[in-house]
Design a protein around this ligand. Structure first.
Ligand SMILES: [Fe+2]
Ligand SMILES: [Fe+2]
Length: 538
């Protein structure tokens, strides 16, 4: 069969709602007409055609009956028999006359995710993972004050360079020391200047002006901004600034005072223009599943729902598209993470928690590769960036790639930035727009600042790496976090943002705070089309 013939046949089958795998090709080639195959597939509720299915469906077709009264031939109403142990082939959307409930009463929220967009099953496709940044084995800090200074300088120069090369500033900035030296000259609108530095000591005056300090390598300058009358609530003068985030400001010094302040007319953020996503190849489309915060070993781990997910993985045709399972930290509940944690644990031994988590993951289909990051409950240093789990822990796992937190990696060319999300605590504490019920606002704020965790001395322990590796140098196609135990899927300026769900029920602490988690939601993304599906197991 020529390739154009095959393309026509493939199109005809696809238009009939069938998904054709390459193993079906030799069988389909031999058919005179596709109509009997399509009819048999429809009457059997089959959507996925592989070599075996085509053979079985064609055996139904051979049971043609001859209606001698009108001389016409009809297909019998035979359908494929299914043994109890055999998983259903394809998805029966509305089985006519069936009284048995569907095997997977699972609600979904889809953005056009379709099994038909995957020419092959995930098990037929080789893994393609490349790591761009992972601190594991690359940490070089000695924890000295000079490392910290170097980390801040590195942050300032990386983000200032981004601003300069993307035209994010109205003019070339001058250094704070030069600005201060010439403060008497730069004191009118005719002599406005732009400076860039780390913001700190943010507060508001009684009349709503925002005050802060801007510091570069040499000098601190006190700044003040009056929020514009038409300012959006997300304008930094209303929303706030994170301690130690990098901004540029344009303005002038006040005159006639002993300690003049810098009156800011405009605040400039690092560049974040509309991002154009890379796609995996159409012929090798696979999907990735995202989850975080399993908290295995805790009494609130949701066992029954996990079993339901494993059943889904082994039975639902959609699961056959899932090549990767990204776990973004807090895989186990850990030991000694907070005072009194012991009474919330079913497994009080840390290595047993990891051993049992390995066994849980063994139940995933063998074609699924796991990518696992640590979080703040894991047995690695808490200071970020965190290295991957210890090799002693790793040896219990198969099909798992262990990486640090954060990790910048690609799956089939799709660039993913996965970060556990501990710094969301700092964003909630600082920015007016961010709350625990809206972790996506913190994710948005991270992208806008091109930094995952800017605040030193806040709730997020940071490792003073001489080169600041928490800067976001490359805008990701997919940005994923966890930690807060919520759930979100959405877009921000072309980046798909996923806040991964947890597998832990509401804890006593969360109940006390009135926080309701959103557990047991698996987020699946087609790495070619970026269509998503959120599968609910709770
Ligand atoms: Fe967590
Ligand atoms: Fe966490």
């Amino acid at each position: 069969m020529s390739s154009s013939d095959w393309q026509l046949r493939h199109k005809e089958l696809t238009e009939a709602g069938l998904i054709v795998q390459t193993s079906a090709l030799p069988k389909i080639e031999k058919l005179q007409s596709l109509i009997p195959l399509i009819e048999a597939a429809n009457s059997s509720g089959v959507r996925l055609l592989d070599g075996n299915t085509v053979e079985e469906l064609m055996s139904i077709v051979s049971h043609e009956i001859d209606d001698s009264s009108n001389g016409k031939k009809y297909l019998s109403q035979s359908t494929l028999s299914k043994s109890k142990s055999e998983p259903p082939i394809g998805r029966i959307l509305a089985p006519v006359g069936s009284t048995t409930p569907p095997p997977l009463p699972i609600s979904r929220h889809s953005s056009g995710f379709s099994r038909e967009d995957f020419p092959l099953e995930a098990k037929e496709i080789d893994s393609d993972i490349s790591i761009h940044f992972d601190i594991t084995g690359n940490s070089s800090t000695e924890g000295k004050i000079t490392d910290m200074q170097s980390c801040f300088r590195s942050r300032l120069s990386q983000i200032r360079e981004m601003m300069l090369s993307n035209g994010a500033l109205p003019r070339r900035p001058i250094s704070n020391s030069e600005a201060w030296k010439n403060r008497r000259r730069y004191n009118s609108r005719d002599f406005e200047i732009t400076i860039v530095g780390l913001a700190s000591e943010v507060n508001w005056t009684r009349n709503g002006y925002m005050r802060f300090v801007l510091e570069d390598e040499s000098t601190q300058i006190s700044c003040m901004i009056k929020p514009p009358s038409d300012a959006h609530p997300l304008h930094p003068s209303l929303d706030g600034l994170m301690d130690d985030e990098i901004i540029g400001v344009t303005g002038r010094f006040s005159s006639g005072e002993r300690d003049p302040i810098f009156w800011v007319d405009d605040i400039h953020k690092p560049p974040l223009t509309s991002h154009s996503k890379s796609q995996s190849g159409e012929d090798f489309a696979v999907s990735a599943a995202f989850l975080s915060d399993v908290h295995f070993g805790s009494k609130t781990f949701l066992h029954a729902q996990w079993e339901k997910m494993i059943y889904w993985f082994n039975n639902d045709p959609l699961a056959r598209t899932v090549k990767y399972f990204v776990l973004s930290g807090d895989g186990v509940d850990g030991v000694g993470i907070y005072p009194g944690q012991d009474r919330h644990l079913t497994i009080k031994d840390l290595f047993k928690q990891y051993g049992e988590l390995a066994r849980l993951l063994e139940d995933l289909p063998e074609w699924v590769d796991v990518v696992m990051l640590p979080g703040n409950h894991d047995a690695v240093r808490p200071a970020e960036p965190q290295p991957a789990l210890d090799p002693e822990v790793q040896q219990d796992y198969s099909n798992t790639v262990f990486v640090g937190n954060p990790c910048d990696f690609s799956l089939h060319g799709v660039r993913i930035l996965s970060y556990h999300g501990k710094s969301i605590d700092d964003f909630v504490a600082t920015l007016r727009s961010v709350s625990y019920s809206k972790p996506e606002m913190a994710m948005r704020a991270m992208l806008e600042r091109r930094h995952l965790a800017p605040s030193w001395g806040g709730k997020t322990p940071l490792s003073p790496e001489p080169e600041d590796r928490l800067v976001i140098p490359v805008v990701p196609d997919i940005f994923v976090t966890g930690h807060v135990h919520g759930h979100y899927v959405g877009d921000h300026k072309g980046t798909l943002m996923i806040h991964s769900s947890t597998w832990q029920d509401q804890t006593d602490f969360q109940r006390m705070l009135g926080f309701k988690p959103k557990p047991c939601i698996l987020t699946i993304v087609n790495l070619h089309t970026y269509a998503t599906e959120s599968v609910h197991f709770a």
